[in-house]
Design a binder for this molecule. Structure first.
Ligand code: HEC
Length: 123
């Protein structure tokens, strides 16, 4: 299991590097837009589920969080591509989900934010 996770992270890291590389430091600031509803701490849910180790995780797997049926049924794994799609237009990737967030418009912000989430997921 550990090996699989390590493998997945390597792949994620590689694909992040291949894309117009995001800056995790800048991404931490972009995460301020998410902080009203999310933390990156283990077990700490707010209005939204914790995003602790979200990259590489299956969607809707956080214990003790009441997800919408839409996200529960989505059968998604969060990687650079799915996160990018979700954060651009949450309602388009998962219609009917209950995250009240319109989406980020600037590609650089999204790349930076995902770099931050990847870095957090590697710790
Ligand atoms: C107004 C509150 C709110 C804001 C702001 C918000 N979210 Fe969410 N988020 C939610 C809720 C609620 C869910 C659960 C959705 C569901 O169950 O349909 C969620 C779900 C998610 C998920 C899926 C988690 C999982 O366990 O599958 C990700 C990833 C996510 N949000 C990332 C972000 C990021 C990154 C930002 C900032 C750009 C953000 N969200 C901003 C409320 C919010």
């Amino acid at each position: 299991m550990k090996l699989m996770i390590a493998g997945a992270l390597v792949l994620i890291t590689l694909s992040t590097a291949a894309m117009a590389e995001g800056d995790a430091k800048a991404g931490k600031k972009v995460f301020n837009k998410c902080k009203a509803c999310h933390t990156v701490k283990e077990g700490k849910n707010k209005v939204g589920p914790t995003l602790f180790r979200i990259v590489g995780a299956r969607a809707a797997q956080v214990d003790g969080f009441k997800y919408s049926d839409a996200l529960l049924d989505a059968e998604l794994t969060w990687n650079v591509e799915t996160l990018k799609a979700f954060l651009t237009k949450p309602k388009e990737l998962v219609p009917g989900n209950k995250m009240s967030f319109a989406g980020l418009k600037k590609e650089q912000q999204i790349d930076d934010l995902i770099a931050y989430l990847v870095a957090e997921s590697e710790e």
